[in-house]
Design a protein around this ligand. Sequence first.
Ligand SMILES: Nc1ncnc2c1ncn2[C@@H]1O[C@H](COP(=O)(O)OP(=O)(O)OP(=O)(O)O)[C@@H](O)[C@H]1O
Ligand SMILES: [Mg+2]
Length: 113
Amino acid sequence: MLKKIECIVQPFKLKEIKEGFREIAIDGMTITEVSGCGKQKGHLKNVKNNESINFLPKVKIEIVTEEERVEDIIDVIQRLAKTGQIGAGKIFVLPVEDVLRVRTRERGRSAIE
Ligand SMILES: Nc1ncnc2c1ncn2[C@@H]1O[C@H](COP(=O)(O)OP(=O)(O)OP(=O)(O)O)[C@@H](O)[C@H]1O
Ligand SMILES: [Mg+2]
């Protein structure tokens, strides 16, 4: 089974997370600069229910991988993205239907190995 890990983290944590991925030999990934908000609606402390929405700059990391690697990857992110404060990030795990490597026409697991 293929999975996609999509995580949104603080931009200043990207360098360390990238180093953590190198240590567990992760190859392919996509990084995007994004804006977002979570429970606090983009405010730097807890807010009231009717507070306006504010977007804060974050980095999104996307990795498609074999199911058996998911826990190791999550562990790296969890450990290295942690700030001890709100807004440190979120990790989503999604099922992936298929992967194709354009150059070789490989599909599925062999397309990401
Ligand atoms: N439900 C969601 N759907 C999509 N993206 C989300 C969701 N929640 C958070 N995000 C994204 O994750 C980023 C980081 O979220 P954040 O760490 O603030 O989550 P949180 O649930 O508010 O937790 P905390 O209380 O620790 O702040 C947000 O800026 C947003 O880009
Ligand atoms: Mg938050």
